[in-house]
Design a protein around this ligand. Structure first.
Ligand SMILES: C[S@@+](CC[C@H](N)C(=O)[O-])C[C@H]1O[C@@H](n2cnc3c(N)ncnc32)[C@H](O)[C@@H]1O
Length: 230
């Protein structure tokens, strides 16, 4: 299922960056307190992806919920900055229209024109899109319900779990799905997310993760980072 262009609007957040909002839906795609701030702290930093790229370690990221592509673009920009290879696999079952993705990404970044053009060229070819967006970063975007996909074992260094909340996308926060995510991480790999929901934390434990709380960005006292045991 896809959105019509005028079903989604750009929403300015407290750090001046933009996210997407559906008028009839209670949640925005990123935090209202700062979209770019949330993407950088909760996903790039807490997952250690930022550190890995800085250290020159080629990194394979899995994202659950590609949405506007903001987490992806900031990660690809980080890979370019550190001249380190990034392989990024993302799932999305309701891709926003390309025109609003491009508008949002152009508003939120200054050094990613080539990457946005590459996305614009390739994202209109579902169901599986492969794009090389800069010299270091490749995106595989799988336009399907992630629950129907059989995850490969021992593949990813980090997961960004960025579905809508437990109340909107309950199955993506339950132990059955989290076990599949645990199995697809390399030993010691990390899962980063914004949710601290109690049932989700219990499900992480049941799925075999070690997890801890970290201070959240503005508007969120704590967030979670989980590790797949070695
Ligand atoms: C919070 S938004 C993601 C924001 C995104 N990471 C970004 O950088 O803009 C959650 C996304 O998860 C997607 N989603 C929800 N359930 C899904 C499922 N079962 N399979 C794939 N994607 C799903 C939604 O369509 C939505 O785009």
């Amino acid at each position: 299922m896809q959105f019509d262009r005028n079903e989604l609007t750009l929403f300015v957040t407290d750090d001046g960056s933009y996210t997407l909002k559906h008028p009839a839906f209670p949640e925005t795609y990123h935090s209202k307190f700062g979209a770019v701030t949330e993407a950088i702290t909760v996903f790039l930093e807490n997952s250690q992806v930022n550190n890995r790229l800085q250290q020159g370690l080629p990194t394979h990221v899995l994202e659950i919920g590609f949405g506007s592509g903001l987490n992806f673009l900031l990660t690809a920009s980080c890979a370019k900055q550190h001249q380190c290879d990034l392989s990024y696999t993302a799932f999305e079952n309701r891709l926003p229209p390309m025109s609003i993705i491009v508008e949002l990404l152009n508003k939120n970044t200054t050094d990613c024109d080539n990457e946005i053009e590459a996305l614009q060229r390739t994202l209109s070819h579902p169901p599986v899109i492969k794009a090389s967006v800069n010299r270091y970063s490749t995106l595989t975007m799988i336009n399907t319900d992630v629950r129907t996909y059989e995850m490969p074992g021992n593949t990813f260094d980090a997961i960004y779990l960025d579905a809508f909340s437990v109340s909107q996308n309950p199955q993506l926060w339950q132990s059955h799905f989290l076990k599949a995510l645990h199995g697809t991480l390399k030993p010691g790999g990390t899962l980063a997310t914004y949710s601290v929901n109690r049932l989700f934390k219990d499900a992480l434990t049941a799925a075999g993760f070690d997890w801890k709380k970290l201070p959240g960005p503005a508007g969120k006292r704590e967030v979670i980072v989980a590790t797949a045991g070695c």
